[in-house]
Every structure is written in C-alpha cells, then in structure tokens.
Design a protein around this ligand. Structure first.
Ligand code: SAM
Ligand code: SF4
Length: 461
C-alpha cells in the first residue's frame, strides 16, 4: 500500500493567508493529503507568502533555501518532496520565483487554490507550473470545506473570509495588484460556513477581508448587504458567542456598521482601524481618500454608540517626503485617539506602486528613528490600556490549555490573553474573570464564578 501523503503549509503575513492556508489543506484532503506540522516530514510543502513589504519577500526566499535542503535530504532517501509557493508573492513575481529558486515546483496565485489537486497531479507527472491567472470561477464555491476534525483541531476561534481584494489603490500598497478587485461573498454562503464552524464547536468568528467594511455581498433578498447587516445575520447563528472583523478602511465605516456596535452584544468592542499617518499632506500623497479630521470623526461616532470601544491601527513612517512636522502630526493623532495597540511600519518601496517612483524618499536612518519614537508611545499606551484592567472583572472566552497544569488561556473582548486556573471542561465558555495582575503580554486573573480557584502567580510571565 502506498504511504499516505503529507502536506505542510506555512503562512506568512496577514490573517487572510492563515485562512487561505487552512482552505488549501482542506482542498488537498480529498486528494489524500493529511496535514503535518513538520516540513521535513512532508511530501508537499506550501509556502503561503506575503509581498506587502520588502522584508516579507526576503523571508520567503530564505525559507525556500531551508526547504530546498530538506528536499535534497528527502531525495537522498529516495523520497520526493514538492515545493509550492502560493499567496501574494506568487501572484506578484510568478515566473521570477522559479528563475531565482529552481527547487520550486509550483507557483500558484491567491485566486487559484481550488485548482491545487489538479496542479499537484501535473507537477508529480513532471511539469513545473506557474498559475497566476485570475480565474472566472468563484474559488469559494469550489474550495472544499474543512472536516469536523480539522475545525476541531484548529480551535474554537476561526477566521472566515467575507471579502477579498481592494479598489482603493493607496500609493504605497501592492494589495490591489496581488489580490485584485474587491469581491464579496453572498451573505447566505458566509452564514452556511459559520453554521458549519459553530456546529463543530467554534465560538468566535473573525470576518476578514483586505477592506472588510467595504463588504457588499448579496443578501437573501438579492440586494447588496452591508457588513453591519451581515453581522446581524451571523449573530443569530446558535453557538457563536463572539464576532469580530478586520481590516477596516476609515472611509467605509458606514452608519450601519457603527450602529451594529451599539446593537449587537456579540460584536466585540475592539476595532482595528488603520490610519497610516496623522498628516493630511501625507494622507493625500498616500491616496488614502480621508483626512485626519474624517478619521477622528469616525472614531468619535463609534465611541458615541459604544463608549467602551478600543482601537488599534496601522502606521507607516518615512513615506516619501514625510517631514518632521508631518511625523509630529502622527504623534499628536496617537495622543488624541489613545490606542490599545498598533502595528507600526517603516515605509518599504514596492516595485510597481506609485510611491516607489516618488522623489524625496526618506533616508532609512530617519525612518527608523521615527519608528522607534512612535513605537515607544504606542507601547506606553498599550501598557496603560492593559494596566487599566487590574481590579476589573471582564468576560473571557476560554480557548485552550495553558503552559502550566490546571491552567487555561483565554481572550478578553479586547483580544488580551488571560491566564486563569480552570478545568479543561470550561474550554469554549465565556466566563467573568477578575483581573489581578498584568505581565508583558498577558493578564492574570481568577474565575469569579469558581471562587475556589486561586489567581495565578505572575512569575515567569
Ligand atoms: N487594507 C488595510 C488598510 O486599508 O489599511 C491594510 C492592509 S495592508 C495588508 C496592512 C498594512 O501594511 C497597511 O495598513 C500598512 O500600514 C502596511 N503597508 C502596506 N504597504 C506598505 C509599504 N509599502 N510599506 C510599509 N508598510 C506597508
Ligand atoms: Fe492596501 Fe490601501 Fe487597499 Fe488597504 S486600502 S489594502 S492599504 S491599497
């Protein structure tokens, strides 16, 4: 009997890639592939890549080098290992990947994962393939759904892609080129996927999309539906305790979605709302299509409907021609909003984007110095935000066993990790936890409904 085949999928970059990696594994399961956590053990290694910044691409090429050594070692033992490169870098670089890294057998773009079983069969027959066409069929209709076992293994919190692509064309960004135009999945197809997840024990769903709040999927009445309407529909799925969505664009934060934050207890009070810069001159050069005031107005409207909302954001420093004054506007915006956390990036020129050809590129040492100043402020805000929970009781979704015996790890509504002493039977429950202390990235607490449970010591956090 032939040995069962194993696939190892490694994700780089955003949550959309994590979701896509799972769907690739699901689609290869009917072709006889089981997932393995070890690349050395695999018959097929898929690198699901990111192209957003130059560093992301460098990481992938060094990973291909490492996998090539595993491939050579497998071949020395008479075993064949295939290497596939998927995701945004595959879409952007195509043939170039095979030219630079001859050990790669297959390059598959982000819209073609449903073709994987067929592509793998052809590669096994000796072809080297680059498939980066944007297909006419809807990949979501033809990708295999996960098995109950796979859902279970991946845990009680799941991502569901509801929207893909971007029509915004920020001048620094490759996404509109690598992921194509904005497309939204119909409401009932998303609801069916969420119901299947819930039936297998998933309690929290994060709706994802490059511009998730630009969602316009077809509703049950045949008309386009907003993200707010989709969230209302999903909040009715039995078993789903928590809903989240990411990543939003400030321009698409419509009244419907703002109202949903006030109306839906299942919708968590935590919004990732990238701003990139606090300077109107930079926002215009970035083609963000919103001003600093527009952004602050959106934040104020969201807070008016749900005062306990917390925000995170993305920032780019050192965009071409950014002056010290522009950068200071970013710092004052950070002070004005007060974030629970943020991703901060130094501008990375991406081939083919308008900003890469702009004059007055900022020297890297200037960008780096600004990045450090911004990061210090964000780190302080994040620490203060976490510290404000000590002495409070918050609802925690208990997710999985912790490192210590008898310990569980869960999440607050604000995605903070919490460690508590609790029996494994409580995994999947949302329970009030009295927060007693904070570590670097973790809160510590005790279940208030299980008074016998001691609070965790903070040592080793
Ligand atoms: N769609 C989201 C939005 O509108 O903000 C963001 C998607 S992008 C995958 C994630 C983040 O990467 C962006 O918000 C931006 O801060 C950062 N990013 C994108 N292109 C970049 C570049 N060329 N250099 C540095 N950071 C970049
Ligand atoms: Fe990139 Fe801008 Fe689209 Fe976000 S909105 S994915 S930053 S082009």
């Amino acid at each position: 009997m032939s040995r069962p085949r194993k696939v190892h999928v490694k994700s780089f970059g955003c949550q959309m890639n994590v979701y896509d990696s799972n769907r690739m594994a699901d689609t290869l399961a009917p072709a006889g592939f089981t997932e393995t956590a070890e690349a050395s053990d695999a018959d097929l290694v898929i690198l699901n890549t990111c192209h957003i910044r130059e560093k992301a691409g460098d990481k992938v090429y060094s990973e291909i080098g490492r996998i090539r050594m595993l491939k050579d070692a497998a071949e020395a033992q008479g075993r064949r290992m295939l290497i596939a490169v998927a995701g945004c870098m595959a879409q952007a670089e195509g043939e170039e990947i095979i030219r630079r890294a001859g050990a790669v057998d297959l390059v598959v773009g982000s819209q073609n994962y449903h073709r994987l079983p067929d592509l793998i069969a052809r590669v096994q027959a000796g072809e080297q393939i680059v498939d980066t066409e944007f297909p006419v069929e809807d990949k979501f209709d033809v990708l295999s759904p996960p098995t109950r076992e796979a859902i279970h293994r991946r845990g009680i919190s799941a991502f569901v892609t509801v929207q893909e692509g971007c029509d915004k064309f920020c001048t620094f960004c490759v996404v509109p080129y690598t992921r194509g135009a904005e497309v939204s999945r119909p409401v009932e197809k998303v609801a069916a996927e969420v119901k299947r997840l819930a039936a297998a024990g998933v309690r929290e769903v994060t709706l994802i999309g490059q511009n998730v709040n630009a969602y316009y999927g077809q509703g049950a009445n045949g008309r386009p539906s907003t993200l707010g309407q989709l969230l209302h529909r999903l909040a009715r799925v039995p078993g789903i305790a928590r809903l989240r969505y990411t990543t939003s664009h400030p321009r698409d934060m419509n009244d419907d979605l703002i109202a949903a934050h006030g109306d839906l207890p299942a919708l968590m009070p935590y919004v990732h709302l990238p701003v990139q810069s606090g300077s109107d001159r930079m926002l215009a050069a970035m083609n963000r299509r919103h001003t600093r005031k527009d952004y602050l107005d959106v934040i104020a409207r969201l807070r008016a409907g749900r005062p306990d909302l917390a925000f995170t954001s993305d920032f780019i420093v050192g965009f071409p021609s950014e002056t010290e004054d522009d950068f200071r506007s970013t710092l004052t915006l950070v002070d004005e909003v007060g974030y629970a956390g943020a991703y901060t990036f130094s501008y990375s020129p991406r081939p083919g984007t308008p900003a890469a050809a702009m004059e007055s590129q900022v020297p890297s040492e200037v960008s780096l110095e600004r990045l450090h100043r911004l990061q210090a402020i964000i780190a302080r805000q994040q620490r203060d935000f976490n510290a404000s929970f000590v002495g409070r009781t918050v609802d925690v979704l208990l997710e999985k066993p912790g490192r210590l015996p008898g310990q569980l790890v869960g999440k607050t509504p604000y995605l903070q990790t919490v460690q508590v002493m609790a029996p494994p039977s409580l995994i999947g429950s949302v329970l009030p936890v009295a927060i007693t202390d904070i570590g670097t990235n973790t809160l510590f607490g005790a279940l208030t409904e299980y008074a016998g449970m001691p609070a965790l010591a903070t040592a080793g956090a």
